[in-house]
Design a protein around this ligand. Structure first.
Ligand code: SF4
Length: 355
């Protein structure tokens, strides 16, 4: 997949853009001021695979908390700022690795200039984070322009202000809750600048539908090579957001977090409980660490021997089930028969030989 050429931007210990792997971002759900709880969540998210974390900075208590949190974790931290330039200045001083500014509510040139001076001094980037919920200041233009055009216009105007002040350490996001407007906005913006993009939908919704919307919108853009970091935003835990983000990158082959499972939907030919077997494989795979693996791996579990091996030819390893046993095959070629109750363990054993 050809990826869009983007500028390299340093966010704490992480480089984003410039053909580096698409990074997974999430946002702390705990209140930032509750330091112990926040650190506990950060540790869990780190383990889950979060690579950049945004925190809401809404007052001085959050700034003081950020200062403490900064000393306790190596996670790249992004301070999410709205309305008040002093919160941005305080967060930079407290050790934020990046600042997210919303052009919809911090727009006075003098305020932006002060923030830029501080960001330059600390060598940290600014995310121009436009959100469809904050672009109503365009007033009557909203009725004449599509939302995607408004998102781009808002971001572009802000970027020009930063550039005019000599600041180019920029990341861009253009979030709407509408998947088509989000896709169009990023596509348009991709032609207008080379700053890295943070992809996301805003308010994507509850877990199941939010996952589908994110997979369609973020997946479409990533397929076009657009996107340097992603955040799946769900009304669910941050750990679930990360799981979904990993799955999206995994199935697109952009990152390799775990082998891809190819399993059939079953039909009248299937004589085993394939749903249970696939769940067992998923659970056992989730306990293994594939971070170091760069090889794409596909495991197939097919309900019958009629179409099984043929349908899963691209899989590295697979099992096609008969009545009481499965036929293990590699690259579509049969190898040996395996009892049904041992099939998952045999598959994992074979997998360990090629990892
Ligand atoms: S692999 Fe066999 S059991 Fe599974 S859907 Fe195809 S025909 Fe049915």
């Amino acid at each position: 997949m050809m990826r869009r050429k983007t500028k390299r931007i340093k966010v704490g210990r992480l480089i984003i853009g410039g053909n580096t792997p698409v990074a997974i971002q999430s946002m702390l759900k705990t209140k930032t001021e509750f330091v112990s709880a926040a650190l506990k969540e950060i540790e869990a998210l780190d383990k889950a695979g979060c690579e950049i974390l945004r925190l809401a900075i809404k007052d001085n208590k959050d700034i003081l908390a950020l200062k403490v949190i900064r000393t306790q974790t190596r996670m790249p931290l992004v301070a999410d700022i709205h309305f008040d330039k002093n919160l941005a200045l305080g967060a930079i001083e407290a050790g934020a690795d990046k600042i997210r500014l919303n052009p919809g509510n911090i727009y006075k040139k003098n305020d932006i200039y002060e923030i830029i001076c501080q960001a330059k001094r600390r060598h940290i980037p600014i995310r121009v984070g436009v959100n469809s919920g904050s672009i109503k200041s365009f007033g009557s233009q909203a009725s004449r322009l599509r939302q995607s055009a408004l998102l781009v216009k808002s971001a572009l105007g802000y970027i020009r202000i930063l550039e005019d002040f000599g600041f180019c350490d920029i990341v861009v996001s253009l979030k709407s809750s509408d998947i088509f407007e989000t896709i169009k906005a990023y596509q348009k913006m991709a032609k207008l600048c080379d700053y890295p993009f943070h992809l996301g939908l805003t308010a994507a919704g509850p877990s199941r539908i939010g996952t589908i919307k994110s997979a369609i919108s973020l997946g479409s853009l990533l397929c076009e090579g657009i996107g340097d970091t992603i955040r799946v935003s769900l009304t669910d835990t941050a750990a679930q957001e990360i799981r979904v983000a990993k799955d999206i990158l995994n199935v697109l082959g952009l990152r390799k977090f775990s082998p891809e499972i190819i399993s059939c939907p079953t039909c009248g030919r299937c004589r085993v409980d394939l749903i249970k077997i696939v769940k067992e494989l998923q659970e056992k795979l989730s306990t293994l660490n594939f971070q170091a693996s760069t090889r794409p791996m596909k495991l197939a579990l097919m309900g019958c021997e009629v179409n099984g091996p043929g349908e899963a030819k691209e899989a590295n390893i697979g099992i096609a089930f008969g009545k009481s046993e499965g036929l293990l095959f590699k690259k579509g070629k049969p190898v040996k028969k395996v009892p049904v109750e041992k099939c998952v363990d045999v598959l994992l054993e074979e997998l360990s030989k090629i990892r």
